[in-house]
Design a protein around this ligand. Structure first.
Ligand code: DAH
Length: 358
């Protein structure tokens, strides 16, 4: 049977050796319980001290104490080592490789119709036109009446109108009797801005007006309820049809290439006299005839004409002193021709596979 001294020494050596092997905080805690805990070996040895003859107790007690102190210090040092090591492992696990290339930020770009509209506006800017914008919710008088399109006029049936119930949008003038508020609508074209411009600015006027327009259309590959237009108006002394032709031929060639042929034919719009439609020789077949031009050799791109004298009067301008031309074109149609797009619905269906091509 080993003496208590020998047991202390044995325990001490065993404990210190075991501590060397401890690699993480769980093992360290187990070690602590095993040697220094309430039921640990050292505590057990203290109990052995009480069983010794009284004259040996002091020495033995001191020996256990010394061993305990030594183990506690060793424990503290081991804990520092383990904590340090675990912190290192943690850092390594969470390390960020700062040399990795970053994730690219997704940058959007202009919608193809915005691009097309800007191309058109730029061409007009180069010819000295300014840009003006008008309201999308428009008064019936501006959209129709003042443009020579009275109620019962057949031209109204081509504009399936989305009327606005002014009570619903809080615009109704409560001081007026019900039904007395002037009718309002989503504008069916940008032409009402002709009146707005003439009433606001004295001639000479050279302005283009881009904007959204709305119609209660049966939607198909060539009809949308929502689309955009660009209106143009030039009013001055001695403006002639030759000015109109020169301006629009220049635009057509800016958009579709300098070799473009242009064709002006009579057309009817109530607010111009004479009215014309402008066509270019087909950009696909150069006029020989193909599916794109429906075998006519020509692509119609816009309506135009000399501002009707009554419309000048409605705008507050004397038709004996001034004359003007006006035109309206659709950026969707221009974009469809330039990019060979065969369905207008693609523009507003938010399919990125389509939109990212432009
Ligand atoms: N407002 C017409 C439309 O929506 C386009 C147009 C035709 C505008 C002739 C004009 C014009 O200014 O003179 O279809």
């Amino acid at each position: 049977m080993p003496t208590l001294q020998e047991q202390i020494e044995e325990s001490r050596r065993e404990a210190l050796a075991a501590l060397e092997q401890v690699g993480n905080s769980e093992a360290l805690e187990e070690w602590n319980i095993k040697y220094l805990g309430k039921k640990g070996q050292l505590t057990g040895l203290f109990r052995g001290v009480g069983a010794l003859p009284p004259d040996e107790r002091a020495r033995a007690g001191q020996a256990v104490n010394t061993a305990k102190q030594e183990l506690e210090e060793a424990y503290t040092r081991a804990r520092e080592r383990v904590v340090e090591r675990e912190r290192g492992q943690q850092l390594q696990k969470e390390a960020v490789d700062v040399s990795l290339p970053g994730r690219p930020a997704h940058a959007g770009h202009l919608h193809v119709i915005t691009q097309t509209s800007r191309d058109i506006l730029r061409a007009f800017r180069d010819m000295g036109f300014q840009v003006y914008e008008g309201p999308e919710v428009e008064l019936d008088v501006y959209n129709f009446e003042l443009l020579n399109i009275p109620r019962e006029h057949p031209a109204r049936s081509m504009h399936d109108t989305l009327y606005v119930d002014e009570r619903l949008i809080g615009l109704r003038d409560e001081s007026r009797p019900p039904g007395d508020t002037p009718p309002m609508m989503l504008r069916t074209h940008t032409s009402p801005n002709q009146i707005r411009l003439m009433r606001k600015f004295p001639p000479p006027i050279r302005v283009v007006v881009p904007g959204r327009t709305y119609r209660a259309e049966a939607i198909d590959a060539t009809h949308e309820a929502y689309f955009s237009q660009i209106e143009g108006l030039a009013v001055d002394k001695k403006v002639t049809l030759a000015d109109l032709k020169g301006t629009l031929a220049t635009l057509a060639r800016a958009l579709f290439g300098p070799e473009r042929l242009v064709r002006f034919r009579c057309d009817y719009f109530p607010y111009v006299e004479p009215g014309v439609d402008l066509a270019i020789d087909c950009i696909v077949c150069s006029g020989t005839g193909c599916r794109a031009c429906k075998y006519t050799g020509w692509l119609e791109i816009m309506g135009a004409g000399m501002v009707h004298p009554q419309v000048l009067i409605n705008g507050g301008i004397d038709p004996d002193e001034y004359s003007g031309f006006a035109f309206g074109l659709g950026p969707e149609r221009i974009a469809m021709l330039r990019h060979a797009i065969d369905d207008i619905r693609l523009f507003y269906s938010n399919d990125l596979r389509f939109l990212q091509q432009f």
